[in-house]
Each structure stands twice: as structure tokens, then as C-alpha cells.
Design a protein around this ligand. Structure first.
Ligand SMILES: *[C@@H]1O[C@H](CO)[C@@H](O)[C@H](O)[C@H]1NC(C)=O
Ligand SMILES: *[C@@H]1O[C@H](CO)[C@@H](O)[C@H](O)[C@H]1NC(C)=O
Ligand SMILES: *[C@@H]1O[C@H](CO)[C@@H](O)[C@H](O)[C@H]1NC(C)=O
Length: 277
């Protein structure tokens, strides 16, 4: 009886509440995550009610008049715990737990404190691998320069971004480097006459993790200037590299969706146009 009454009371009271800005909480898939409610000083909590608001509203847990927690049949059932300090623990967190939570606290004089949490759950990224593809000899290419593509892929990680650093760690821009496929593929041109270190680093990042890997391309370039070992046409690169990267990443739902969206087709079409010098 109690919790039902409480729910009715709270629903009618919601518009009058002073809601705080949502607190962003980051969770890692498979690990516990805490939604820590901040009890104001001198606020003697009598009842606490946790709800999940998106995509559909669900009651997660209630503590009524200091009684033991009631945990409801929500998507968090069996994975959630309402602690005695009214914080909610979800263990283990899952990707689909991302969303908005609301905690309502009622004190002994009937005052209400509302706190909103925005939980974001991510899968940690794994160490990426880089594949090198040399470019087929190009009549416009100056001798002594080396052109190639680097394709970076991490098999795990959600909502990732890719970035590259060149020899000496500088960020890459300008005529000799260009990023394709949201940064996952780097097209680079090296001057072989300059005897310098030529290692490239790919970093895969999301909100909870970052992993890097470096590759030395000097040897690849020496080979390219002699016998052409792995020479590919630019169009082939996009036909091979992009599906390969997508295949490696197919575990990540989002990227899978992207690969299916036919985005790589648009690149193949674009590849028929002259490449900017
Ligand atoms: C409440 O209790 C949990 C579990 O013991 C703990 O992790 C958390 O730090 C405590 N404090 C707050 C403010 O939630
Ligand atoms: C992660 O990516 C998915 C799919 O694109 C998106 O729905 C979600 O909002 C993203 N999460 C964050 C925190 O950006
Ligand atoms: C690009 O490479 C050429 C040699 O291949 C070099 O002369 C030029 O300075 C490089 N440009 C930039 C912006 O690094």
C-alpha cells in the first residue's frame, strides 16, 4: 500500500520540484556503476524512489519509511541494489542501461529532493591494430616519395573516435596527410630523401578508455621504392580496407550499422574523381 501512495504523492508533486541539472555518470560494461545521491545536510530521508526514465519509465527501487529496499521488476532486476545511503548500484552495467535516472527523496516533514542522473555505459576499447597498404605507382608521384594508407581498427569499444599522430608526435594535417572514414584510415606521403623516423600512432578513444599503437613505415617505404610488394590502387584500398575495418569492428553494433549503411560506396564513387594533389 505504502509505495503506491508514495508514487501518487510524488507524481502530483513533480512539477513543483526544483530539479537539478542532470549529473553525468560514466559506466563500463560488465562492471558495477554507482548512482550516488547527494543527501542535503539536515535532510532526514524517510522515503527514496529510483526511476529509469528513458526509453520507457520504469520503477527501479524504493525504500519506504526506512524499510528494506523494494526492488522492482525492471530491466535492472537482479542487478540493482539500493544502499542504506540511498545510492543505487547497478552491477554489472550493460550498454542498454544508458539513459536518464531520477532519484526522489522525501524527508520526515514531506519535503522532496529530486536528482537526475544521465548514465552512459561504454565498452572499453581494445588495443587497435594498424594495417599498411602501399599505393600503386603513380605517374605523377615524385621519385623518392612513398605513399601509403594506414587503416586502424580496434575490435572492442563503443562510441570510439580515431586520431593519428605522425613522426615526432605532431598532429597530421596539410598536403601530405589526409584522414578518411572518420579518421580510421590515414593517407600519407613521406619524403624518403629525409632520413627521419617515420612512425605513426593511432589512438582509439571513448569516454572511458583510450588505447594506442604505433607502426614504423620506413621499411615498408623502402620496399615500395624497390620491388612493389603490396601495391594497391586507391579504389581497391577503399574496397579492401573499409570492409576489413568494418568486419573487425562488427561486434560494435553502431559501427556495424554504419558499415551496412553503404557509406563505403560513396567513398568508392568519390575515388573516381581526381585526388587532391
Ligand atoms: C553510499 O554507499 C555506497 C555503497 O556502500 C558507496 O559506494 C558510496 O560511496 C556511498 N556514498 C554515497 C554518497 O553514495
Ligand atoms: C553512442 O552511439 C550510439 C549509436 O550511435 C548513440 O545512440 C549514443 O547516443 C552514443 N552515446 C553517446 C554517449 O554519445
Ligand atoms: C610534403 O612532402 C614534401 C616532400 O614529399 C615536402 O617537401 C613538403 O614540405 C611536405 N609538406 C608538408 C606540409 O609537410
Amino acid at each position: 500500500m505504502g509505495p503506491i501512495l508514495l508514487t501518487l504523492v510524488l507524481h502530483s508533486a513533480i512539477p513543483a520540484l526544483l530539479a537539478h541539472a542532470p549529473l553525468r555518470v560514466l559506466g563500463i560494461e560488465g562492471q558495477p556503476v554507482f548512482l550516488k545521491v547527494n543527501v542535503p545536510p539536515d535532510f532526514l530521508v524517510r522515503d527514496a524512489l529510483w526511476r529509469f526514465l528513458t526509453p520507457a519509465e520504469e520503477l527501479v527501487a524504493i525504500s519506504f519509511k526506512g524499510t528494506a529496499q523494494n526492488v522492482y521488476q525492471s530491466r535492472f532486476y537482479g542487478r540493482s541494489r539500493l544502499h542504506t545511503n540511498f545510492s543505487l548500484e547497478i552491477s554489472p552495467a550493460a550498454l542498454g542501461d544508458s539513459g536518464i535516472f531520477s532519484a526522489l527523496l522525501v524527508n520526515t516533514t514531506g519535503e522532496i529532493e529530486k536528482q537526475i542522473f544521465h548514465l552512459e555505459v561504454y565498452d572499453v576499447v581494445s588495443t587497435p591494430t594498424i594495417h599498411v597498404f602501399g599505393e600503386e605507382s603513380n605517374p605523377n608521384r615524385k621519385s623518392g616519395s612513398c605513399e601509403f594508407f594506414l587503416a586502424c581498427a580496434a575490435s572492442r569499444g563503443t562510441n570510439v573516435t580515431y586520431s593519428w599522430a605522425g613522426p615526432g608526435g605532431e598532429t597530421l594535417a596539410g598536403e601530405n596527410h589526409s584522414a578518411l572514414e572518420n579518421g580510421q584510415v590515414l593517407r600519407a606521403k613521406l619524403d624518403l630523401s629525409e632520413k627521419m623516423a617515420s612512425n605513426y600512432t593511432c589512438t582509439v578513444t571513448n569516454a572511458v578508455s583510450a588505447k594506442s599503437v604505433s607502426i614504423e613505415v620506413q621499411e615498408q617505404c623502402q620496399r615500395q621504392s624497390g620491388v612493389k610488394v603490396t601495391a594497391y590502387d586507391y579504389r581497391d584500398i577503399l574496397l579492401i580496407v573499409v570492409p576489413l575495418a568494418c568486419f573487425l569492428l562488427s561486434a560494435a553494433v553502431i559501427l556495424h550499422a554504419k558499415c551496412r549503411s553503404g557509406k563505403q560506396i560513396s567513398y568508392v564513387v568519390a575515388a573516381n574523381e581526381p585526388f587532391p594533389a
